[in-house]
Design a protein around this ligand. Sequence first.
Ligand code: SAM
Length: 226
Amino acid sequence: MDFEEKRRKLVEILKNRDFLTKPDVIKAMLKVPRHTFLPKGAISSAYIDSPLSIGLGQTISAPHMNAMMCELLDLREGDKVLEIGTGSGYHAALCAEIVAPDDSQNPGHVYTLERHLELAESARESLFTAGYSDSVTVIHGDGTLGYPQEAPFDKILVTASSPKKVPPPLKEQLTNGGILCIPAGSKEWGQELYIVTKKDNSFDSKRVTGVRFVPLIGKYGFPESD
Ligand code: SAM
């Protein structure tokens, strides 16, 4: 079975389980080659709905989690997106496929921050190979500080678990009317996924479901040695 066929089958599974409902998210999941973002040894598992190791103790999230977070963020063509936790670069590519599709007259952009230099470099390479280097900028640094140079952002996606619901710089860097999706609550077990919306400088947060992510490490995250 080729990768395209495997991807189609995975998308069918995610649609049947109601993780995928929005046409532009479905289109992105059908198009972005997850296998391109994986270490060689994991490629045969690329289209299984499971998180996988990408080295340095980090993971690429399970595809149903990518789908769920993209849908919750209500990504729109033209959006400026900030992702904290580039990891493999796959989720950033999915976002880019939605906010800056090939034929767009109004392309958005994805800025993504990764604290591990090695992962930032390999994500940049994978994004180039998969054709997303114009629509995604990978930055090496502490994402809990956000990316003030390009703020404000229409959507913010955090892919590591934060001690508190929202690191203060990310609150400031969200547009009025913007949406932020973040796992929070603990380093390991007992994390919850939240969707936070900003309106007239007040924040409304809703719990979505229990989740398990790697910890967010940084100034407004967990300390490195904790
Ligand atoms: N979105 C990724 C993907 O598509 O592969 C999965 C990300 S992985 C679950 C979480 C990532 O967040 C890890 O690569 C980790 O190094 C990174 N991370 C943790 N704390 C961070 C911080 N303060 N700033 C930037 N990246 C951070």
